[in-house]
Design a protein around this ligand. Sequence first.
Ligand code: TIU
Length: 223
Amino acid sequence: SFDPPSVPAAPGPFPLPAGQVALVVIDMQRDFLLPGGFGETLGNDVDQLAAVVPPLQRVLAAARDAGLMIIHTREGHRPDLSDLPPAKLRRGLPSLRIGDQGRYGRILIRGEYGHDIIDELAPLPDETVIDKPGKGSFYGTDLQAILTEAGITQLIVTGVTTEVCVHTTVREANDRGYEALVLSDCVGSYFPEFQRVGLDMITAQGGIFGWVTDSATLLQHLS
Ligand code: TIU
C-alpha cells in the first residue's frame, strides 16, 4: 500500500499530500513586532515575538524551495475605517487607537508602513497576501475561495499571535474542513503562559481542532 507523505506531529502524523499543502504566515506585521506599533500600544512587550522570526525565515525558504503555495495575512483596516466595527475601535485602553497616527503611520491601516510585513519575511510578488479586518483569516476575506481554487486541503500555520489570530484562523479552518498544522516555534505570543497553553489547547482531546509540531521536524520532512 502507498502512504502519502506526512510529518510527525501531536496528536499524530500530519498528512502532506503533494500539491495540497499551503504555508500560512499570519500577521507578521511591523504593527505587531516593532516598538511603537499596534501591539505595543495595547500594552504588550513586543520583544516576546522576536524569537519567531529566524525559524519562520527558515520555514518560508524551505516552503518556497518545495513549491508550496505561500499565503501571508495582514490584519488591518481601510483608511476611512469603514470596515472597523466600533466595538473593535473602542476595545481596551490602548495608548493609541486603530487609525491614530503612530510612529510607523496610522495604526493598523492598510498602506501604512506599520501595517506591512517585516522586511525579514517580505512576500515575493507571486505570493498571496490576504488583508483581513478581523482576527481570523477567513472572516471577511476570499481566503476560502483561493484555497478551493488551488486545491489546498492542508495548512501549515505560523505567525502571531498564538492565542489570538493564529487560534482564530485555525479554528475557522477546522470548521471549514481544512487540516491545520501549527509550528510551535514559528508562532508567538506576548504572554509565555498563553503560548504554552494555546498550543496545548490545539492538540488536547485527540487534536480537537488541529496538529502541532516544530520547525525542525517539518524541515526534515519537507521535500
Ligand atoms: N493582540 C494580539 O495578541 N493579537 C492581535 O491583536 N492580532 C493578532 O494576533 N494578529
